[in-house]
Ligand binder design. Structure first.
Ligand SMILES: [Zn+2]
Ligand SMILES: [Zn+2]
Length: 154
């Protein structure tokens, strides 16, 4: 990239990030980064693609998707839902919380009723709250056990 871009603070920041991650700085990665960085709108892929096309008219949706996935894998951004997510139906309509296993995809119930009061107090200025649900993501006991036995084997 030319030196003109070096004066751009976002570009400088992105170069440093790429150095840390061992990535090559590309125009498409930079354009995606520029849009998602500090973006509070939780954009879907098509919003990102549309915005990036203003800078790079020929960029494909697939490229944008790949870049976003790479960013999410490295913790630069966070992917709220998996792309293949399907509607889930909970037999328990009463207030409770969920633990999502990122390995097997199972969802477990737990109760942290304190979260309800804390979230309501923190979010009440944003609108009328109808439901509070804590979402915890992690690796379930069973998947942890499987990983341990796998690593123990020669
Ligand atoms: Zn699991
Ligand atoms: Zn549930």
């Amino acid at each position: 990239m030319d030196s003109q871009l070096d004066r751009d603070p976002v570009c400088r920041e992105f170069r440093a990030l790429c150095r840390k991650l061992g990535w090559r700085v590309t125009a498409s990665r930079l354009a995606v980064y520029r849009f998602v960085r500090g973006n509070k709108s939780h954009p879907v892929i098509d919003s990102v693609w549309e915005a990036v096309q203003r800078e790079l008219p020929n960029i494909s949706r697939e490229s944008v998707y790949r870049i976003l996935t790479d960013f999410a894998d490295k913790g630069v951004i966070y992917q709220l839902e998996k792309p293949d997510v399907v509607a889930r139906y909970d037999s328990n309509p009463r207030r409770h919380d969920h633990f999502y296993c990122e390995r097997c995809g199972r969802v477990f119930d737990f109760s942290a009723d304190e979260v309800d009061a804390i979230a309501r107090a923190a979010a009440n200025k944003l609108g009328a709250i109808t439901r509070v649900e804590a979402r915890v993501t992690g690796i379930c006991e069973e998947c942890l056990r499987k990983e341990q036995t796998r690593t123990r084997r020669p």
